[in-house]
Design a protein around this ligand. Structure first.
Ligand SMILES: Nc1nc2c(c(=O)[nH]1)N[C@H]1C(S)=C(S)[C@@H](COP(=O)(O)OP(=O)(O)OC[C@H]3O[C@@H](n4cnc5c(=O)[nH]c(N)nc54)[C@H](O)[C@@H]3O)O[C@H]1N2
Ligand SMILES: Nc1nc2c(c(=O)[nH]1)N[C@H]1C(S)=C(S)[C@@H](COP(=O)(O)OP(=O)(O)OC[C@H]3O[C@@H](n4cnc5c(=O)[nH]c(N)nc54)[C@H](O)[C@@H]3O)O[C@H]1N2
Ligand code: SF4
Ligand SMILES: [Mo]
Length: 762
């Protein structure tokens, strides 16, 4: 089995609606066979939001392989290249094994007491001098639920700071925002079994073939089986998804909202609307109809530079097929009108009443494996349990649960989003920044700025990771974290399926789980509830999970009937029902909803009074917005539209996949994709090194010809500097990107910047 060459593995087609057949993928360390394995430990892969269930092979206390779990609903045994070759192979490499502290400018090893004393001393000093607003936390979509919940309670009830968010802001903030705007609360409506029965599948800005390879195998099994569904791809590049599509719409990056308004308009003008459904279950049709009126196919074709007839064909497929599934991801989420465009996908489904039944559903996708939990537990600029920061009853509930005064819990404004946290750090109001499970020195936009912020004298930076990274190198204290396989916890995939990941091996050296680190901080900080008892009453992962079950009780993401025991053995289990909204009642009731919504164009919040006046009563919102051109347009100086994203062989900043020989060798160096026409005009050939420059920075990478439409170039964002010897900052795509975000979700605009390209001589 070679999942580098054969990424998706052999086909297992089935008739529509039949269960997806089992195919078990396995990979063991070279030279080992199954009989060498001491034991198999249950887990699920953390290298994307699909969350494929797997068992980890252990021999002599080391991880030596993985095998997909046949009984699991998510993958039925399959694993992709990252799951097979990236999930554990990093474990015996250059890990962080002891805490580091900065002394005379250099990071030096120390013991836990010294490192934590330093963290706690700085924390207490700042609390006394300035108060909780001096503290910011920037966490991840890759820890476990138990760790996020513990962190959320520390931040909200222990310290009382609103400055906590995750890299989920860069990842799935728009998924959450679009679900809140339309349905009143986060929570994935659809489920993967919808793919097994649908008649049409629309992928909006989602390169599933490379980014959720096992899910794409599921799609391929339908595409190559009987009664093939039609496929529509919306992506400016000719990805594998686009190559399989019946209709490929390749809008210019940054024009999604025009395209979507065009699709919505076609549905309305061609009469493909279920008016009874719209009347009974939605609010806002008249305004939506009026807003999309100018977006004729010809007008959209001009803005997006596509063929008007392709738009018509795509709309017809959406309008006439019986069972339609849509997925949405970064091509939509990392744009200047991200939430607006993603809401239009929800609108298409609502207009046809196409939600909540088999084969009919929306998947506002996640990216990171545990991003769902960052959102659920409120470690990300939300409140735990999808509670509404501007609903005093929800604050009361949390205050009662944690036994603290409601005023302790910051709720005078929305929790601070990540881009603002970095701004406060830059301005010097945040002076203590604790980064866990993310590598912002490669993954945030405008890296020269990020490095400058991290280097500031008056900012105390704690970085918690399993490896030395571009970010740890700029920290004041580095805490060595146990990683996947070295700790217990649960996490929830893009379709709400919860998996238990058991500890397979001991962490290296003195590394500790994030949970233990957060608990240690809480203990040393001496956080109390209002009766003087310790605030955080749990001591281990299962205790944290049980506390979370109580916190989530009665909310949309209700985990109260799940337990470690139920999650052991068998398949992962979704919270809620298999698919949501089968009863067509949406969580929009003012007392229950997670958010009162925003103006999609400006991001202005709806007040509680305005919201109540709409009397949503369980109906969904059809939200509308006109298209506005992006803030950065190509110019004479910077003539190309640059977009960024992923390759199948690497995960993000490659801290794991870059340490797996097979994956590293499959894509060792960064590149830029350029259309054949543009390459000819620039006088560059495949493999030539070019300089790609924006207003903010430059990279030097080699050319790959193809996949992009003319005028558009693509860079993978995976390549930073930890595995180079050079001091130059000339590889990372985010040297080029700008500090800008969507007004509603606050997700950065990674997908559009303007660049120029020159051939490097010599
Ligand atoms: N191999 C691999 N898989 C991963 C990850 C990884 O790093 N590597 N990361 C995981 C994570 S955290 C995430 S968030 C997901 C992301 O998964 P995807 O969203 O599928 O990945 P991206 O490559 O970021 O972007 C998807 C596509 O958006 C297109 N695009 C760019 N601009 C536009 C635009 O303006 N409009 C439209 N319609 N499309 C546009 C790009 O051409 C690209 O093909 O992947 C997950 N899976
Ligand atoms: N230009 C551009 N930039 C982008 C994107 C893009 O498409 N284009 N995509 C954005 C998106 S969607 C995402 S999700 C981000 C990802 O950006 P990052 O989150 O910065 O990327 P990772 O490399 O996954 O960083 C995770 C870090 O956590 C560490 N880690 C892993 N597991 C654990 C754990 O259990 N505990 C601790 N403490 N550490 C752990 C890893 O070693 C790694 O250093 O990048 C964003 N940036
Ligand atoms: S599809 Fe995602 S979760 Fe599944 S094996 Fe691949 S990286 Fe892991
Ligand atoms: Mo992501």
């Amino acid at each position: 089995m070679d999942r580098i060459a054969d990424i998706w593995g052999p086909r297992t087609p089935h008739t529509p609606g039949a269960a997806w057949p089992v195919r078990v993928d396995q990979h063991l360390e070279e030279g080992l066979t199954e009989s060498d394995v001491d034991r198999w430990v249950q887990s699920a892969c953390v290298l994307c939001s699909n969350g494929c269930a797997c068992d980890v092979a252990v021999k002599d206390g080391r991880m030596v392989g993985v095998r997909g779990r046949a009984e699991d609903v998510v993958n039925r045994g399959r694993l992709g290249p990252k799951g097979l070759y990236g999930s554990w192979q990093w474990s015996d490499t250059d890990r962080l094994t002891r805490p580091l502290v900065r002394e005379n400018g250099k990071l030096v090893e120390t013991d836990w007491d010294t490192a934590m004393d330093l963290v706690v001393r700085r924390s207490k000093e700042l609390l006394n001098e300035v108060g909780p607003l001096s503290h910011g936390f920037y966490t991840s979509g890759q820890l476990f639920l138990e760790e996020y919940y513990t962190l959320a309670v520390i931040g909200k009830a222990g310290l009382g700071t609103p400055h906590m968010d995750g890299n989920t802001r860069l990842c799935t903030a728009t998924a959450a925002a679009a679900l809140k705007e339309t349905f009143g609360a986060d929570g994935q409506p659809g489920t993967y079994t919808d793919i097994d029965v649908c008649d049409a599948l629309f992928l909006f800005g989602h390169n599933m073939a490379e980014t959720q390879t096992v899910l794409w195998s599921r799609v391929l099994d339908r595409l190559e089986g009987p009664d093939r569904p039609v496929l529509v791809a919306v992506d400016p590049r000719e990805t594998k998804v686009a190559q399989h599509a019946d209709v490929h719409l390749a809008p210019l990056p940054g024009t999604n909202q025009a395209l979507m308004n065009g699709l919505v308009r076609e549905l309305i003008t061609r009469g493909w609307v279920d008016h009874e459904y719209v009347k009974a279950h939605t609010i806002g049709f008249a305004e939506l109809k009026q807003t999309v009126e100018p977006y004729t196919p010809e007008h959209v074709a001009e803005v997006c530079r596509i063929d008007a007839n392709d738009l018509r064909r795509a709309a017809e497929l959406f309008g006439t097929k019986d069972r339609v599934v849509s997925t949405v991801l970064q091509g939509f989420y990392q744009s200047h009108q991200a939430t607006a465009a993603s809401c239009q996908v929800n609108n298409l489904h609502l207009l046809r009443g196409m939600i909540g039944s088999p084969g009919r559903g929306v998947l506002q996708m996640n990216g990171q494996p545990t991003a769902q939990n960052t959102r659920e537990t409120g470690a990300d600029g939300d409140l735990p349990g999808f509670r509404n920061w501007s609903n005093p009853q929800h604050i009361e509930q949390l205050a009662r649960l944690w036994n603290v005064e409601p005023l302790t819990i910051p709720h005078w404004a929305p929790p601070t989003h990540a881009m603002q946290i970095w701004r406060y750090a830059e301005q010097g109001t945040i002076r203590f920044l604790w980064i866990s499970g993310t590598n912002p020195a490669v993954s945030l936009p405008e890296l020269s700025r990020v490095r400058a912020i991290l280097r500031q004298e008056n900012l105390f930076v704690v970085a918690q990771d399993g490896f030395r990274t571009e970010t740890t190198e700029l920290a004041d204290v580095v805490l060595p974290a146990a990683l996947w396989g070295e700790k217990h916890g649960t996490f929830t995939n893009a379709t709400r399926t919860v998996h238990l990941s058991e500890q397979a091996v001991e962490p290296p050296g003195e590394a500790r789980s994030d949970l233990d680190i957060f608990l240690d901080y809480a203990r040393r900080m001496d956080f109390h509830d209002k009766d003087g008892d310790v605030l955080i009453k749990w001591k281990d992962a299962e205790g944290a999970f049980d506390a979370w079950r109580e916190c989530s009780r009665g909310r949309p993401c209700d985990y109260s009937d799940l337990s470690y025991e139920r999650l052991r053995g068998g398949s992962g289990i979704p919270w809620g029902t298999e698919r949501l909204y089968g009863d067509h009642r949406f969580p929009t009731d003012p007392d229950y909803c997670e958010d009162y919504g925003h103006d999609l164009l400006t991001g202005a919040t709806t007040t509680p009074e305005q919201y109540r006046a709409k009397q949503p009563g369980g109906r969904a919102f059809l939200k509308a917005a006109e298209y506005v051109p992006g803030p950065e347009q190509p110019s004479a100086e910077y003539p190309f539209v640059c977009t960024t994203g992923r390759t199948v062989y690497h995960f993000h900043t490659r801290t794991k996949t870059g340490r797996s020989r097979r994956l590293r060798d499959a894509a060792p160096e960064p590149w830029v994709e350029v259309s054949a026409e543009d390459a000819a005009e620039l006088g560059v050939a495949q493999g030539d090194v070019v300089r790609v420059e924006s207003e903010r920075g430059a990279v030097e990478v080699s050319v790959r010809i193809g996949r992009c439409r003319q005028g558009v170039v693509f860079l993978p964002f995976h390549y930073g500097y930890w595995d180079t010897d050079s001091d130059e900052h000339d590889r990372a795509a985010n040297e080029l990107t700008a500090t800008r975000w969507d007004p509603v979700s606050k997700q950065p605009v990674f997908k559009v910047s303007s660049v120029r390209i020159t051939k490097r001589e010599g």
